[in-house]
Design a protein around this ligand. Structure first.
Ligand SMILES: [Zn+2]
Length: 261
């Protein structure tokens, strides 16, 4: 059976690398960075509480420090970091505000695309009497909750192979499944944590969520084991069989409908 996802060694960028990127290239003030880490922590806690039983211990351990590994960079540094750290095949859409970098286990967001620091400073100068802490918190949530939650959900999926595969079809089917599941969970988190937000959808997001909902009704809760790559010890075969069943729900036409190709 073709394995679409091999277990791969997970390289975690040294604490120093992340810290120096943060201190040398961060596009946001330390106060904004602090609020960002708080928000990331709230999101990660919620994911663990809701879906922790579907995750491997390794994945749970790995994400412990994730909230401290969220960076906001200016466009040039953002693109440069992605070029340096992302595997060749994983290209990020032009409009993506951020991405989870599996190879280094950190999340990078574009200051320009999220418009983050700009919004914060505009707001604070327009409303100097506002409570700065609260203003930062609300603006951050408004601008970032969706992209941040999306990337944090990805980070909770266990290691997946990022090397080149012969079986492109399986690779893209798994990618489509991941994006559907992550879109579905992201919406649940956002509804719970920030129901008063404006609901702006990205490309094919609703179709992806609806399709995951349909698969969840069909396969039950254990679909989350496959999404988070929880492979039972000594029974990889059953995992692969269940994964193959789910991936067979993503024929070419379906992937096209979901905007994955
Ligand atoms: Zn994604």
């Amino acid at each position: 059976m073709q394995k679409s996802y091999e277990k791969a060694d997970h390289f975690v960028a040294d604490e120093d690398i992340v810290e120096s990127l943060k201190s040398e290239a961060s596009a946001v003030s330390p106060e904004t960075q602090g609020k960002l880490e708080e928000l990331a922590k709230d999101v990660a806690n919620d994911i663990l509480q809701e879906y922790g039983s579907h995750m491997s211990d390794a994945a749970k351990e790995r994400v412990e420090n994730l909230p401290k590994r969220v960076l906001v960079l200016e466009e040039a540094d953002f693109s440069e970091t992605l070029r340096a750290w992302l595997p060749k095949r994983q290209h990020v859409g032009d409009n993506a505000a951020g991405t989870y970098v599996l190879m280094g286990d950190f999340i990078v967001l574009s200051n320009e695309r999220t418009d983050l620091e700009h919004r914060v400073s505009n707001f604070l100068s327009a409303y100097p009497e506002a409570d700065k802490e609260i203003a930062r918190q609300v603006i951050l949530k408004m601008s970032l909750i969706k992209s941040l939650a999306h990337e944090i959900v990805h980070a909770h999926q266990d290691s997946k192979d990022t090397t080149e595969h012969d079986d492109l079809r399986a690779y893209y089917s798994r990618l489509a499944f991941d994006e559907c599941g992550v879109a579905f969970i992201t919406e649940e988190i956002c509804n719970k944590m920030f129901p008063e937000r404006l609901n702006i959808s990205y490309h094919r997001e609703e179709e992806r969520r609806d399709y995951f909902k349909h698969l969840k009704d069909k396969y039950g809760e254990e679909i989350y084991d496959i999404l988070f790559v929880k492979v039972p010890q000594n029974d990889e075969a059953s995992y692969l069989e269940r994964e193959a069943g789910i991936l067979s729900e993503f024929p070419h036409e379906k992937k096209k409908d979901l905007g994955i190709y």
